[in-house]
Design a binder for this molecule. Structure first.
Ligand SMILES: *Cc1c(COP(=O)(O)O)cnc(C)c1O
Length: 362
């Protein structure tokens, strides 16, 4: 069978090397005679797996000591509620940057815990094609925190910088570009993301949070949703998603073997450049809806100028093992997600096909 290239937005492609390791260790992890799936989360084997996963993530991202790393469940969507429950801390407003689908959902959920959710800026009027200049944002210096989405997975809009929120804690939904480039963790109060885009299997949610923000939850916060309790219990207050943590740990080691986040970023830049260039030089056959400065390196939406060809495009792509490139149902068109684990050869196979399709249908 010739290789399949999977452009799904999530759950998404994982490094082949990692999947092979998982396969090899599936029945007998390191001579334990057990599968990781069968291990007690409090046994010495799994404790070692979890500790190494955290250690490796800390080293890959350069996470300072005064930040906690939590391995939780519930996806990024659960964080839309957990973040305000934990971080409102008696303040009366939260600042939000609205750059599309996911930031909108985060605002909607936060409103249940804080009546005054302010939009400091929104690109809705322009159809979420860009990000309004930072200088134009109307921020509240007393806000509980400033929330933004570093990469809008649906719209393909990515921040090329980290906003400077001053003394207001900066909170970021990094679900779809987590570990795609180096980031200065010290600029953030909290970062969260579902694992299934760029980290590992679905079922695991990562949170990195500055210690001093913990311990002031809103009344009625469920035990499982209290970051402080999760941090004090090393994310094992109850049974954690053990197998997903194990696979994520292997992905962190894979990133280290690739040369770390700097090397990963270089590859991501190269892959995205090739794909956008193919769109831009297609003579209008393919169209990118996003302003150049904010084009995502991870999720590349594009349309065919003639939508009547959409079906043929998807069908012919699938016949060449180029899978899951249909755009989100709300946007139509195509979307190629090219996360860390998508090799350059996959992007080359896609762009080669796109050029050929344009020639034969143009
Ligand atoms: C996928 C995604 C989510 C939702 O993640 P779940 O884990 O399904 O809850 C939230 N934000 C962003 C940016 C995403 O890409």
């Amino acid at each position: 069978m010739s290789p399949v290239f999977n452009f799904s937005a999530g759950p998404a492609v994982l490094p082949r090397e990692v999947l092979l390791e998982v396969q090899q260790e599936l029945l007998d992890w390191h001579g334990s005679g057990m599968s990781v799936m069968e291990m007690s989360h409090r046994g010495k084997e799994f404790m070692q797996i979890a500790a190494e996963a955290e250690e490796d993530l800390r080293s890959v991202l350069g996470i300072p000591k005064h930040y906690k790393v939590l391995f939780l469940q519930g996806g990024a969507t659960t964080q839309f509620a957990m973040v305000p429950m934990n971080l409102v801390r008696g303040r009366t407003s939260i600042d939000f940057v609205d750059t599309g689908h996911w930031s909108k959902l985060a605002v909607k959920e936060a409103r249940k815990y804080c009546a005054n959710t302010r939009l400091v800026t929104s690109s809705e009027a322009s159809g979420y094609r860009d990000i309004p200049a930072f200088e134009s944002w109307e921020r509240d210096p007393n806000a509980a925190y400033l929330h933004y989405t570093s990469n809008e997975t649906l719209g393909g809009v990515e921040f090329p910088y980290i906003p400077d929120s001053g003394d207001v804690p900066l909170v970021c939904d990094m679900s779809s570009n987590f570990l795609s480039r180096p980031v200065d963790i010290s600029k953030f109060g909290l970062i969260y993301g579902g694992a299934q885009k760029n980290i590992g299997p679905a079922g695991l949610t990562l949170v990195i949070v500055r210690e001093d923000l913990l311990g002031q939850t809103v009344p009625g916060t469920p035990t499982m949703m209290d970051y402080k309790i999760q941090a004090d219990g090393d994310s094992m207050y109850n049974t954690p998603p053990t197998f997903a943590i194990y696979v994520a740990g292997l992905v962190f080691k894979w990133i280290q073997r690739q040369g770390g986040l700097k090397a990963i970023e270089q590859r991501n830049i190269e892959k995205a450049a090739l794909l956008y260039e193919t769109v831009d030089t297609s003579g209008g056959f393919y169209i990118s809806p996003v302003e150049k400065a904010f084009r995502s390196r991870m999720n590349v939406p594009f349309r065919l100028a003639d939508p009547a060809l959409d079906e043929a495009f998807i069908k012919e792509a699938a016949a060449r093992n180029l899978l899951q490139i249909k755009g989100h149902r709300s946007t139509g068109g195509m979307r190629a997600s090219i996360y860390n684990a998508m090799p350059l050869e996959g992007v080359k196979a896609l762009t080669g096909f796109m050029q050929e399709f344009a020639r034969s249908h143009g």
